[in-house]
Design a protein around this ligand. Structure first.
Ligand SMILES: *Cc1c(COP(=O)(O)O)cnc(C)c1O
Length: 377
């Protein structure tokens, strides 16, 4: 079917294409050149991240994390079941055992009160996912991690420009809590470069090795800086760094981050304000933002009262040529996980798998059409 309103649409916010041709004129389109440096500076200055490295995807950054934390066979990793496969795959690739934590009742983020009972002597890392850019309860998670001496990785794929807010109202950027954090610039996220990602290294002990893993396991950086005489293979690694053309596109977006976020805020608030009463009447839940989180306006979702209602709504929108989509089949029920481990019961995660519906959300959207169509449902 041809949709009048797609779910997502990639867009140009300003100088993206000009910067791609500039990268070519600079005579270097492989990785770690001028625009990669500009992007790195942006993140380090704007959010105070200690060290960042652009990657080809958030998936890449998660895989780098698992290598950096020396994840080995039988190490246990605690993570939510309601997440994208990459959160899990990165650690399974290193032989880890997955231990899924259920979502909260009123939000897809993991339920912090259920984490402690999942920790064993084999637990090595807690991977949190800030779903829809809404913060997990990081104060509690960081306390648990230090009590049991665990690493924390933030899958902040959706959380660019999202913040955790403490009791005093002070904001701290998501991605600055964990030993490591990962962001995505996939075309469905707020800030895009087609495919693209970022690894944030907050734990200083991991920085030097991160740069080696990023450059295929070589000491290329030390060699370029004249610190070693030979360019050698020194560790595990892969080709995690993106081309300068990706970095150039990304920098064009980063320059307009505030403008992009303002537009998403308008869209999100328009949905929220005009659908609130309608939602109550139809027993549908709309997004909940806890007091310890800001909103980065990544996703506007509905939680239908049951799977049937969601199916009917998708058909209703579809017959008006509007595409709404759902996501994350709980990983604990996935085909692959069931080969690896016994199935568990995670009620809240299953509820979001069956009932959550994402409405169209992109920079050039006029969402009144979507809203008017829903009001007739
Ligand atoms: C999008 C997403 C990813 C994967 O990002 P890529 O850049 O496509 O690899 C991982 N985790 C979460 C929670 C995501 O939303």
């Amino acid at each position: 079917m041809e949709y009048k309103i797609p779910f997502n649409k990639p867009y140009i916010s300003g100088n993206e294409l000009t910067y791609i041709s500039e990268a070519l004129s600079l005579g270097k389109i492989s990785g770690n050149g001028y625009f990669t440096g500009m992007c790195h500076d942006f993140f380090e200055k704007k959010y105070g991240f200690k060290k960042v490295l652009l990657t080809n995807s958030c998936t890449d950054a998660l895989e780098m994390s698992a290598i950096l934390l020396n994840i080995k066979t039988d190490d246990e990793v605690i993570l939510p079941s309601f997440t994208f496969v990459s959160t899990a795959n990165a650690f399974v690739l290193r032989g880890a055992k997955l231990v899924f934590c259920d979502s909260e009742q009123n939000h897809p983020n993991m339920d912090v009160t259920k984490i402690e009972s999942l920790i064993t002597s084999k637990t090595k890392v807690i991977v949190v996912v800030h779903y829809a850019g809404i913060a997990c309860d990081m104060n509690k998670i960081m306390k648990l991690a230090s009590k049991y001496d665990l690493f924390v990785v933030e899958d902040a794929a959706q959380a660019i420009d999202g913040f955790h807010v403490n009791d005093l109202g002070e904001k701290k950027p998501l991605g600055s809590f964990g030993d490591l954090a990962t962001f995505s610039f996939h075309e469905t996220k707020n800030i895009i470069s087609g495919e693209g990602g970022l690894l944030v290294i907050n734990n200083e002990n991991l920085i030097e090795r991160a740069e080696i893993i990023w450059e295929k396991g070589t000491n290329r950086k030390a060699f370029s800086n004249g610190e070693v005489a030979k360019y050698d293979w020194v560790d595990l690694g892969s080709s995690f760094l993106p081309s300068e053309m990706i970095a150039a596109y990304l920098f064009g977006q980063l320059e307009n981050l505030d403008k992009i976020q303002r537009k998403r805020r308008e869209l999100w608030e328009n949905y929220y304000n005009k659908l609130s009463n309608w939602a109550v009447k139809n027993s549908i839940e709309i997004p909940f933002v806890p007091s310890y989180s800001s909103n980065n306006f990544h996703i506007f979702y509905l939680i239908c009262k049951e799977e049937n209602q969601r199916n009917e709504m998708i058909l209703h929108l579809g017959s008006n040529k509007i595409l709404a989509v759902f996501h994350y089949q709980s990983l604990h029920k996935s085909h692959y996980f069931k080969i690896l481990h016994d199935e568990r019961t995670l009620h809240n995660s299953d509820k979001f798998s069956n009932c959550l519906l994402r409405l169209p959300m992109f920079y050039e959207l006029n969402n009144d059409v979507v809203i008017n169509c829903l009001l007739k449902f």
